[in-house]
Ligand binder design. Structure first.
Ligand code: GLU
Length: 289
């Protein structure tokens, strides 16, 4: 008798994916809580992923503090925790597949060179994060590739060539009133960086590879990452990876109505803890508004 076929684990998979370049603030707490609560409600799995691809900014002590803060808040997650710095080979493999499709090119330009090129063209388009879209053509970037051997370069996605291979892309966005199909606008980002000069991957590539490898079915994160989902959809479509259901939640704002940043202390979890707030009070503050 043949053994029974074990069905794949049907449980939905949620994840909280902080970057350990500082302490958590209430915005991170909101993402973590919404993911953990949804996982509990839907009898799913809750993963924690440490997005530490940038050795210059990510520190083990920040990671340890994040784990301690989350545990103090009463959250629990599956072990082992995936740490992106331990998976560079998987990102390199995905990058190699995109290179084999002819969609990746080296870019030697410095930030200063990009800024200088854009300064001459005041109406040059900016990406949804406000950065100028890459102002050089792939062909001229390739021509400059003859620069001094050993000079560092980034690898960029040829967005036009990528989009020429793909149908119009959408993603499913969970809102208050159900699921909407959002049209992705990846062209608005131009030729995004897939591997940085100093790091052999990028946030976009690593997040897409990891969400697929970890079987993530639901991505709940701040609305500051909503527009970038268009890039993630392009990479998923090119690499043949499934798209999770997305939910981009409103950001927690500070008293002046600004987005929280790790550099501003007022809503840092560590300070609120030191001021004597209970975990319950912090959970309430993170979810209100
Ligand atoms: N690591 C990212 C951050 O801390 C979040 C990535 C994501 O949720 O897709 O902003």
């Amino acid at each position: 008798m043949s053994p029974p076929i074990m069905p794949a684990d049907p449980r939905p998979v949620f994840r909280f994916a902080p970057t350990p370049n500082g302490r958590l603030h209430l915005g991170h707490v909101r993402s973590a809580l919404l993911n953990a609560e949804a996982a509990r409600r839907e009898r799913g799995r809750f993963l924690l992923r440490i997005e530490n691809i940038d050795p210059a900014r990510c520190r083990p002590e920040h990671e340890a503090a994040i784990l301690a803060d989350l545990a103090w808040l009463g959250l629990d997650w599956e072990r082992p925790v995936r740490r992106q710095s331990e998976h560079m080979a998987e990102y390199a493999e995905a990058l190699a597949r995109l290179e084999a499709m002819g969609l990746v090119y080296p870019s030697f330009e410095t930030r200063a060179e990009i800024a200088a090129a854009v300064a001459k063209r005041p109406d040059w388009p900016r990406d949804p994060d406000g950065a100028p879209i890459f102002p050089f053509e792939r062909a001229s970037a390739a021509a400059r590739a003859g620069r001094a051997a050993g000079e560092p370069f980034a690898l960029r996605l040829d967005m036009k060539a990528a989009l020429a291979r793909l149908p119009p892309l959408f993603w499913s966005e969970q809102g208050e009133d159900g699921i909407a199909h959002v049209a992705a606008d990846p062209a608005a980002w131009g030729d995004v960086v897939l591997a940085r000069k100093e790091v052999p991957t990028s946030y976009h590539l690593a997040v897409v590879v990891d969400d697929a490898l970890q079987g993530v079915t639901h991505v709940i994160r701040g609305s500051d990452l909503k527009a970038a989902t268009a890039i993630h959809r392009v990479l998923q479509a090119l690499l043949g990876l499934p798209a999770p259901l997305y939910r981009h939640h409103g950001l927690v704002l500070d008293a002046e109505g600004r987005k929280l940043a790790k550099s501003r202390g007022s809503t840092a979890l560590a300070e609120l803890r030191a001021a004597g707030l209970s975990a319950g009070e912090i959970r309430r503050r993170a979810l209100e508004g």
